[in-house]
Design a protein around this ligand. Structure first.
Ligand SMILES: Cc1cc2nc3c(=O)[nH]c(=O)nc-3n(C[C@H](O)[C@H](O)[C@H](O)COP(=O)(O)OP(=O)(O)OC[C@H]3O[C@@H](n4cnc5c(N)ncnc54)[C@H](O)[C@@H]3O)c2cc1C
Length: 441
C-alpha cells in the first residue's frame, strides 16, 4: 500500500519507520527544512526505548544519558526535599530510561526512516486534506493521493476538527517555560555546582521556589556534556503567544524570575548562550481519530502536559502499533478493510493514549475533587485498573512507573491482531499484558 505521512517529528518519523517495516511505500511531507535546531532535551522511558531498540536505533551515536535518580531541592537553601532512585528501572522494565538531545533523537529516527526506504520531502507544507478521497493539497497547490495518510503534524494540527468532527482546540494552562541548554563544564565552574552534580547519579535535579511559584527542572543529555534546563513559571503578558518552540526570551527575564534563588541556581542561565520561552498548552482527548483514509497520531491525538514525560513516548507507542496492525501481508487498500483496521487501531490505542493524556494533565497540585473528575474522564475511555490516588499523583511513583514503563506496545498490538477478522477487541477488554494486573492495589 502507499502511505503518506504529514510531519516529520517523533510521531511522523516513528510512523515512517514502522510502516516501512510493515512492508509499505512511505512518503513523508514536512513543512520545515530543519535548519533551526531545537535546543532542548527529551526523556524517553522504557516503554519507548524498547521500541527504538526493536528498530535498531543507534543509541551509541545518539549518546542519551541514563537516569539514576530524581532529586527535588529547595531553590534557595539547596536543602533536599525529596529523592527517588531509578537504579532498578532498567532491570524491572527491560529497557533504558534515558534523556536525549532532541536533535540527536530526531537525527537517529530520520536516519532509520531513510535507511528503511522512506522518502522524506522537506519544505513540503500540507494546507488541505480530503479524508474520504485520501488526498492532501500542498502549499505549492500540488495534490497528492495515497491509500492511507497518517497525520503527525503536532498539537496545532489544523485538520483535527475535519477528522474528529469535534471542536477541541488546545488551551493555555497559564504556565510557560524558559528553556536552555547549559554546557556542563561551565556549570561545574561554580564550586556549589560540583557538590550538586559530581559523583551523583544522573537524572532530574529539580529546584523549587514556592515564593515565586517556579520549578526549575534540570537534567543532562548528549553524553552528559549539556544540562537541559526548564523554568516553569506563570505566563507573563509578553509570552502569551509564544507557541513556537523557538520563541526568544532573555537572560534578564530568567534571572528576574530566579531572584530569590541560591547563587548556584542563578549561575546556570549565565552559562547559556540563548534563552527560549514556550507557553504550555493541553487538550482533552479526541474521541474520533480517523476518517476515510486518514489517521491521526502523536500530539495531534494526545497533546498532553509534560508531567510524566510521555508525549514523545506515546508517539512511539502509536508507531509500534502501526507496524503490527498494518502489516502489509494482512491488509488491502480496500476502503472497507481499512475502516475495520483503523477501528481496531482506535480500540487499541485510544484507551491507552487518552488515559496517559488525562493522567499527565493531573498535576500534583490539583485537589482531590479534581482527581475524582479525572477518573471519571478516564472512564470514558478505559475500564481497567488505575493508579491509586493520591500516590499516583507523584510523577515518578511506583504505580506510575508500572503504568507507563511496563506497557508493551508491540505485544499489545500482536494480541489485538488476533481479533482482526471481527475488527473488534473482546467486550470488557483491558490491556492484554502485565500492566493492568500490576495496577491492582
Ligand atoms: C516542555 C516540554 C517537555 C516535554 N518533555 C517530554 C519528555 O521528556 N518526554 C516525552 O516523551 N515527551 C515530552 N514532551 C512531549 C513531546 O515533545 C511531544 O509529545 C512530541 O514531540 C510530539 O511529537 P509529534 O511528532 O507528534 O509532534 P511535533 O514534534 O510537533 O512534530 C510535528 C511535525 O509536523 C510538522 N508540520 C506541522 N504542520 C505541518 C504541515 N501543515 N505540513 C507538513 N508538516 C507539518 C512540524 O514542522 C513538525 O516537524 C514535552 C513537551 C514539552 C512542551
Amino acid at each position: 500500500m502507499n502511505f503518506g505521512i504529514v510531519g516529520a517529528g517523533i510521531a511522523g518519523l516513528g510512523a515512517a519507520i514502522a510502516l516501512r517495516r510493515a512492508g509499505h511505500h512511505v512518503e513523508v511531507y514536512e513543512k520545515s527544512t530543519f535548519k533551526r535546531e531545537i535546543g532542548a532535551a527529551i526523556l524517553l522511558t522504557p516503554n519507548a526505548n524498547r521500541i527504538l531498540r526493536r528498530w535498531g536505533f543507534d543509541f551509541d551515536k545518539a549518546r542519551p544519558v541514563d537516569f539514576k535518580q530524581y532529586r527535588l531541592l529547595n531553590a534557595t537553601s539547596l536543602e533536599i526535599l525529596d529523592r527517588d532512585g531509578f537504579e532498578d528501572v532498567e532491570e524491572r522494565f527491560g529497557a533504558r530510561m534515558c534523556a536525549y538531545h532532541r536533535v540527536d533523537l530526531h537525527s537517529g529516527l530520520r536516519e532509520l526512516a531513510e535507511k528503511a526506504g522512506a522518502t522524506i520531502n522537506l519544505g513540503a507544507e500540507v494546507v488541505d486534506v480530503k479524508p474520504e478521497d485520501g488526498v492532501v493539497t500542498l502549499a505549492t497547490v500540488q495534490t497528492v493521493q495515497k491509500d492511507l495518510w497518517v497525520l503527525a503534524d503536532g498539537s496545532r494540527c489544523p485538520f483535527l476538527e475535519t477528522i474528529s468532527g469535534e471542536d477541541n482546540p488546545t488551551k493555555k494552562i497559564g504556565k510557560s517555560v524558559y528553556r536552555w541548554l547549559a554546557p556542563m563544564d561551565k556549570v561545574l565552574e561554580h564550586p556549589d555546582a560540583k557538590k550538586l552534580w559530581n559523583g551523583q547519579g544522573a537524572g532530574f535535579c529539580t529546584f523549587s521556589e514556592p515564593k515565586a511559584g517556579i520549578t526549575m527542572v534540570t537534567y543532562p543529555c548528549r553524553g552528559g556534556t549539556l544540562l537541559n534546563c526548564a523554568v516553569f513559571h506563570d505566563t507573563r503578558v509578553e509570552e502569551i503567544n509564544a507557541m513556537d518552540w523557538n520563541a526568544d526570551s532573555s537572560h534578564e527575564r530568567v534571572l528576574q524570575m530566579l531572584e530569590n534563588c541560591h547563587e548556584v541556581v542563578k549561575h546556570i542561565p549565565h552559562t547559556a548562550e540563548q534563552m527560549k520561552v514556550y507557553t504550555v498548552t493541553q487538550r482533552p482527548p479526541s474521541k474520533r481519530i480517523w476518517r476515510g483514509r486518514m489517521l491521526c497520531v502523536g500530539d495531534v491525538v494526545h497533546h498532553m502536559l509534560p508531567t510524566h514525560a510521555q508525549g514523545g513516548c506515546s508517539a512511539l507507542e502509536d508507531a509500534a502499533a502501526l507496524e503490527i496492525l498494518f502489516d502489509a501481508s494482512t491488509i488491502s487498500p480496500n476502503a472497507g478493510d481499512l475502516a475495520k483496521r483503523l477501528e481496531l487501531y482506535t480500540q487499541l490505542r485510544l484507551p491507552r493514549s487518552a488515559t496517559t493524556q488525562i493522567l499527565s494533565s493531573t498535576n500534583p497540585w490539583l485537589t482531590m475533587e479534581q482527581v475524582a473528575k479525572k477518573t471519571e474522564e478516564i472512564r470514558q475511555f478505559y475500564e481497567g485498573n488505575l493508579v491509586d490516588w493520591p500516590k499516583g499523583l507523584e510523577p515518578w511513583s511506583a504505580p506510575i512507573r508500572e503504568f507507563f514503563y511496563g506497557y508493551d506496545a508491540v505485544g499489545e498490538a500482536e494480541e489485538a491482531m488476533k481479533y482482526r477478522d471481527g475488527g473488534r477487541l473482546p467486550e470488557g477488554w483491558k490491556w492484554f499484558g502485565e500492566v493492568d494486573k500490576a495496577m491492582e492495589v
